[in-house]
Write a protein that binds this ligand. Structure first.
Ligand code: TYD
Length: 134
């Protein structure tokens, strides 16, 4: 997949409490090598203004809500993650930022790569040049 996709994950409704999941390859298009999470975000803060050269990600608002804003080098698209059964797939080479975090929100992010600082593109002008070369 080379486009971002908002995937509605299975939801097993149960009076004892609901349950959702994802698994590769049914909902998740890659195998997970790393999981991290972002939490205790103060109101108004923005995380993750950068792109990845190779890494793909899948983001879920496990609790609360926030927006993921993606830029493909030409246009911007905003995805509001406000249900714990939505998962946003982000291909490599999308500029992305996370904002509008609600109080006590929890962002779960899984990736197909280990952490590698070399994979980051942190300069938006450099990103536009790189993405438009392809
Ligand atoms: P970073 O991805 O730059 O977060 P943001 O773009 O939201 O600011 O990560 C912040 C710091 O955390 C950075 O110094 C590297 C470290 N880090 C790891 O050590 N391992 C990881 O898996 C991640 C995602 C970050």
């Amino acid at each position: 997949m080379d486009k971002p996709v908002l995937i509605t994950l299975p939801k097993i409704v149960d009076p004892r409490g609901n349950l959702s999941f994802y698994e590769y390859p049914n909902q998740l298009p890659f195998e997970i090598l790393r999981t991290y999470w972002v939490y205790d975000v103060p109101g108004g803060e923005i995380r993750g203004s950068h792109a990845f050269k190779e890494q793909q990600e899948f983001i879920i608002a496990l609790s609360g809500s926030f927006d993921v804003v993606l830029h493909d080098g030409i246009k911007e698209e905003r995805f509001s993650l406000n249900r714990s059964y939505y998962g946003l797939y982000i291909p490599k080479m999308y500029w992305r930022r996370l904002e509008n975090f609600s109080t006590n929100s929890l962002a779960l992010i899984v990736s197909d790569k280990l952490y590698n600082n070399e994979d980051y593109v942190r300069d938006f002008e450099e990103f536009k040049i790189l993405v438009n070369e392809k």
